[in-house]
Ligand binder design. Structure first.
Ligand code: ZN
Length: 275
């Protein structure tokens, strides 16, 4: 099942059509995409029975499917290949920071180029279904509402200023695009092994699989929920593989006019113009 934000309203994607959630549920769910997380289990059970669209899928209207999460977790150095290229040791626990929620954006939004060191990081984004506290790894997938493509856009100069301030350097406005929609984990063949990548102006710069994650999705949910409660609609950026601009020889960053395309197998593609 695919759940989109179409022009600010929650929508179920049915091939080339969408079903507006508030319309087909007679107001029981939606229209605000975040309201679905008031009772994700009831919503998803309802949504699985919806087989009739209310209008066409206009992809130009897609917004962030989780526009206002309470908490946004992001994990650094979570692929061995990326730790190697960064010259950093593989951490023993997830290296966690936040992207402040006001930086989040949709799958078609522009990426503002605010300096000379703006970098890409394609990531699998996990969205939490319900109140999740102290869960075991083997139960973790049942607390995941859906998966999406994310870009952990980073201002490297700001990130490494003042010692290091990952959270601020990765939270400039528009630096957290998520999309193109939420895909429920049952919809993909193996949610622990998805191809992901991104390209700049058509040249592939990252190309990996989520099976190479050091801390898998279930492990992250277990580790984080052992520290504090994960709340319905919370977002986890799970980390990026090798191929970011700062680790290239020579380093390469995004410029105004560039087209950044990001994809994950079984989920979809986001296209961002830099400006
Ligand atoms: Zn990242």
């Amino acid at each position: 099942m695919r759940i989109a934000n179409l022009d600010g309203r929650a929508a179920i994607v049915l091939g080339e059509e969408i079903a507006d959630v508030a319309t087909v549920s007679a107001g029981r769910f939606g229209p605000d995409p975040m309201r679905l997380f008031d009772d994700w289990a009831a919503f998803s059970a309802f949504a699985r029975g919806v087989d009739r669209g209310t209008g066409p899928l206009d992809e130009s209207l897609l917004g962030n499917p989780v526009p206002a999460p309470s908490q946004v977790f992001a994990i650094g150095l979570n692929y061995r290949s990326h730790a190697d290229e960064a010259g950093m040791a593989v951490p023993e626990v997830p290296a966690t920071f936040t992207k402040f929620p006001a930086c989040l954006a949709g799958p078609n939004d522009v990426i503002p180029i605010t300096g000379a060191t703006i970098d890409w990081e394609v990531e699998l984004v996990v969205v939490v279904a319900d109140h999740t506290e102290d869960v075991a790894e083997q139960d973790a997938w049942s607390h995941v509402a859906g998966l999406a493509v994310g870009q952990d856009i980073s201002d490297r100069e700001l990130q490494f200023a003042a010692g290091a301030q990952f959270s601020l350097g990765k939270s400039r406005r528009g630096f957290g695009p998520i999309g193109p929609w939420l895909v429920t984990p049952d919809e993909v063949t193996d949610p622990d092994d998805l191809a992901l990548g991104c390209s700049v102006n058509g040249e592939t710069v990252q190309d990996a699989r989520t099976s190479d994650l050091i801390f898998s999705v279930p492990r992250l949910v277990a580790e984080l929920s052992g520290v504090l409660p994960l709340l319905p609609g919370d977002v986890i950026f799970t980390g990026t593989p090798a191929g970011v601009g700062i680790s290239r020889q020579p380093a390469r960053f995004l410029s105004s006019g560039d087209l950044l395309e990001s994809w994950i197998e079984g989920i979809g593609t986001m296209r961002h113009r830099c400006t």
